[in-house]
Ligand binder design. Structure first.
Ligand SMILES: *Cc1c(COP(=O)(O)O)cnc(C)c1O
Length: 380
């Protein structure tokens, strides 16, 4: 979104999420334009944002869905993604979730352990259906991002390690209810150093050969998501999809008919929303000025959860006389801080602040803690 284009009703209430769906459309158009290589398929990772209006826009632009729970699978189907475009990942799929996804005949399960593969096989046999499975491989590529959002190292819980792979092959070979479609990777999130994706391509090629040497054809190569956004300069930021997709086209050695699948979350929705909050009180401390605002970690948890940076601006005020403020929420936790020493035009009670780049991992992580309830939403 662009701050200059924000349109709010006169009587808007806070804390609220403001969604710029037109900017989301622009972002989606860039994705569709730059992913126009043969057999490229982009899925949207629902866990980044499950707002119905957002999902409907994304589905309407033709993307598939990447889900990490049974309810996300359900939500994706309800909002128009089509079960045939849904992948289902996650280390802890329950039997109920697996049965539901089998019933819906989703595109593929991204399987994360040997035991899960055996359970899916057993449930598919019980239901007398075929399960499409992709094997999630832990590529041991360092995403060079915050350690809480790195997923592709051997020490992480995600994916199947090379140690288990011979047993995985044995199950795939003997099962009559598993349709092995390909391999899946995901190295982490908020990746801005695109060389990480080149390293991933190298691993993908190695694993592709490994399977092909053992007589398997891989129809699907799913490289996951993780492309980052610019939290420091959010205004009008559309990630560099052109370079991102080109890397995979240039570096993955493909056979005819092989498809490359992507699962982008943050890069799709990150910049289409802001959290808008009202200043309740100004506290002048001995060393600091605090602005206590009416939004907290219950509306946007990323700063409290992983010290994430979000740009904070005063709504409709660009004066150059500024003071440093610590912007803090009302929740009874010391980590309930949106930013420290943030330089802002002089603030007083009832001023409004924009907390930018709140489209991804914002609304979806909202909680009821302190019996709070997120209830205001505005759309453009
Ligand atoms: C979270 C996740 C994604 C999306 O990650 P982003 O960093 O938001 O692009 C994609 N695939 C899997 C398996 C995930 O868990």
């Amino acid at each position: 979104m662009r701050a200059a284009e924000i349109r709010l009703p006169e009587d808007f209430k806070t804390p609220c999420y403001y969604y710029d769906l037109q900017f989301l459309d622009e972002t989606l158009e860039a994705i569709n334009k730059f992913s126009r290589y043969p057999n490229f398929h982009v899925h949207y990772a629902l866990k980044a944002n499950c707002n119905d209006k957002v999902l409907e826009r994304i589905a309407a632009k033709g993307l598939g869905a990447d889900c990490v729970s049974g309810n996300e699978v359900k939500k994706a189907i309800e909002t128009g993604f089509g079960a045939g475009k849904v992948t289902f990942a996650g280390v802890g799929k329950s039997d109920e979730e697996i049965r539901y996804a089998l019933q819906q005949q989703i595109f593929a399960f991204n399987v994360e352990s040997l035991e899960e593969l055996e359970v899916i096989d057993g449930l598919a046999e019980e239901m007398n259906v075929i399960a499409n499975v992709a094997i999630r491989i832990n590529p041991n590529v360092d995403a060079k991002t915050h350690h809480y959002i790195t997923t592709g190292l051997d020490e992480n819980k995600f994916g199947i390690s090379s140690y288990d792979m011979p047993d995985v092959l044995a199950v795939l070979k003997r099962s009559a209810h598993l349709n092995f479609v390909g391999i899946h990777f995901h190295v982490g999130s908020q990746i801005l150093d695109l060389s990480v994706f080149k390293s991933l391509c190298v691993r993908v090629n190695e694993w592709k050969s490994w399977f092909e040497d053992r007589g398997f054809f891989l129809k699907v190569i799913n490289v996951g998501g993780g492309l980052g956004i610019n939290y420091h300069q959010p205004d009008g930021d559309i990630p560099d999809f052109e370079t991102y997709f080109r890397i995979f086209n240039d570096f993955i050695e493909r056979r005819a008919g092989q498809e490359i699948h992507f699962e982008l979350g943050r890069a799709v929705v990150g910049q289409c929303a802001a959290l808008i909050t009202k200043v309740l009180y100004i506290k002048k401390g001995i060393k600091k000025n605090f602005a206590v605002v009416d939004a907290g970690m219950t509306e946007l948890m990323r700063p409290a959860l992983y010290q994430a940076f979000h740009k904070i601006e005063k709504l409709n005020d660009h004066s150059s006389l500024v003071l440093p403020y610590d912007i803090v929420g009302p929740i009874c936790e010391s980590s309930d801080v949106f930013g420290k020493e943030v330089e802002l035009p002089i603030l007083k009670r009832n001023d409004y602040l924009l907390i930018r780049s709140a489209g991804a991992y914002g609304e979806v992580m909202a909680s009821n803690y302190n019996l709070r309830e997120l209830q205001y939403f505005y759309y453009r």
